[in-house]
Design a protein around this ligand. Sequence first.
Ligand code: RP5
Length: 285
Amino acid sequence: MATTPANPTKIHTKCRNGTYLGGPARSTVPNDMVSWVTLFPEYAPVHYTAPVVEKRPVWADNAAEVDKIQFNTMDGKINRISHQGPYELVNSVPQNPVGRTGMTGQGLLGRFGPNHAADPLVTRWKKDENGKRVKDAGGNDVLEFVAIKRGDTGEWAIPGGMVEAGDTVSLTLRKEFGEEALNSLEASPEERTKMEEMLHKLFAKGTEVYRGYVDDPRNTDNAWMETVAMNFHDEDGSVFDKFKLKAGDDAVGVMWKAITPDIKLFASHTDFVRTVYKQRTGREL
Ligand code: RP5
C-alpha cells in the first residue's frame, strides 16, 4: 500500500510565485489564497504555454480542441485519470486539484490535467573504500540513493520521467533509470543487454513510496505532474559493484547521494527520499 509522505500536496510551494522556467512571472498567490474554496476575486493568473508545447509534438495536447478531450478516464492510450480522484473541469479545462498556481495554460507540460511520471528510487547502504558501512553522527547506517542533476533547473533529483502514451509505470521506471543514470542510450548493444538484465532483476521487487500529485515547478492551474515513486534496494551493494553510474539523456550529472536531514531536491523529491528513509530504517530523518 502507498505511504503518503508528510503531506507534500498540502500547499503549492514550488509551483507558485516567482518566474516560470523560461517563461513569464506567475501572478502572486498568497499562502491563504491557494485553495479554490477561498474567494479571491482579484485573481488574474498569467496565461502561458511554452513555444515547444505550442508546436504540438506528439506528447502535447492541442489547446484549440481541449473540449474534445476525454478527461478523468483513459483517453485511448493516454491516461487522464488522476491519482487524487476526479478533478473538476471549468469551461472544459481541468482545474488543478491542489489549488491556484498564478498561471493558466499548459506551461511546459504536454497534457491538460494530470501528466503522469514514474520515479525509480534506487538505494543502498553507504560503504567506505574498505567495504565497511559508514555511520552517521548517531551511529546509524547511512542510506544513499541514485540522484541525477537536472539540466533544466540544475537541481538534484530522482531519475524519473514521463510515462509515455501506451507505456506502463514499470517500463518507465526501468527505462528512465537506464537512460538517465546509466546512459543506456549510448551504451554498446552488449552493455545494454547486461544493463537490461540487471534492471529486470533489481526492479522485479520494489516497494511503493508515493503515488499522487507532485509539487513540480512546471505545474499550472490547468496542467500538473503526478507520479508513482518506487524504491528498489540493493541491500548488500553487489548489484552496483558491477555497474558504474553515468549521466545520460537530459541529466547533466549523476551520483550516489546520502539521505541526510538537510537534503534538498527537485519538486517533491525531498519528501519521497524522507519517506524511503523511514521505510528502510524505521526512523524519521
Ligand atoms: C517530477 O517530474 C516527477 O516526480 C518526475 O521526477 C519528473 C518527470 O519529468 P521529466 O524528468 O521527464 O522532465 O514531477
